[in-house]
Design a protein around this ligand. Structure first.
Ligand code: CTP
Ligand code: CA
Length: 224
């Protein structure tokens, strides 16, 4: 099979992947979310699986499917993703968080449908509260030997933001991309990455299929 002819350099490693968007409910029928397809995380998970890892995926709402050898935990909200990941992390060797986690959730209107008459004919204002940072929490509780990969979606200064997030979240490796560029980010099969590790090794990669980005990121992490 594909798995046995791939290098088994992640054999015996327990790997956690987050992927997709989160979905933050406001009322019975409406939510706040983003267009993440989960492709980058699916590629990270499949590459790790083919290289012999024991893979657990925590997935927001997406259409991605995995072979039966991959454990999938399906969640909706950032709070549920946080719960699942913080439960799993102590038992993991590595985690790679690709999910486009909503930074905020709307303060719920309730479990019924909001009626437009409820706003007296005018506009409405929705209040948002901050979600917990899953990656930062895993970084803060990282034990010796555990490895953590983060992603960063940027529209501004990629290099300085990547460095800031690598430090503040206690990461081993960060993969940053400029989502304002074609061929990078949401809903495209390619990504163009700036990669920085905790030893200060920095690389700018050409635009590559997400499958190949994933393979190279595991290669890079295994450099140590
Ligand atoms: N992340 C997370 N939990 C959150 C927010 C982000 O685990 N609540 C993770 C993402 O999965 C990604 C990394 O943190 O691996 C960076 O996400 P990004 O949105 O680029 O950074 P933020 O720290 O949220 O900062 P900002 O959105 O302001 O750039
Ligand atoms: Ca964010």
């Amino acid at each position: 099979t594909l798995k046995t002819i791939s290098p088994q350099d992640l054999a015996g490693k327990k790997v956690l992947i987050t992927l997709g968007p989160t979905r933050e409910p406001w009322d019975a029928v409406r939510f706040w979310s983003n267009p993440s397809s989960g492709t980058m995380g699916a590629c990270m998970a499949m590459a790790a699986y083919l290289r012999g890892a024991d893979v657990t995926v925590v997935a927001g709402p997406t259409n991605v499917d995995f072979p039966s050898g991959v454990t999938v935990v399906s969640v909706q909200t950032a709070a549920q993703m946080f719960e699942a990941c913080t439960d799993l992390w102590p038992d993991m060797d590595m985690a790679c968080l690709t999910a486009a986690v909503a930074d905020y959730h709307p303060v719920p209107f309730g479990d019924t449908k909001f009626k437009k008459t409820a706003s007296d004919g005018g506009g409405i204002t929705v209040e948002f509260e901050l979600n917990q940072d899953i990656l930062k929490t895993l970084g803060a509780t990282k034990k010796t030997g555990q490895k953590l990969i983060g992603f960063a979606a940027e529209t501004g200064n990629i290099k300085s933001e990547a460095g800031r997030k690598l430090e503040s979240k206690n990461l081993d490796l960060i993969a940053a991309n400029d989502i304002s560029k074609d061929g990078s980010g949401f809903g495209v099969p390619t990504n163009q990455m700036f990669v920085l590790d905790r030893h200060g090794r920095a690389e700018t990669w050409p635009q590559l299929p997400k499958t190949e980005v994933a393979w190279r990121l595991w290669d890079h992490l295994l450099l140590g």
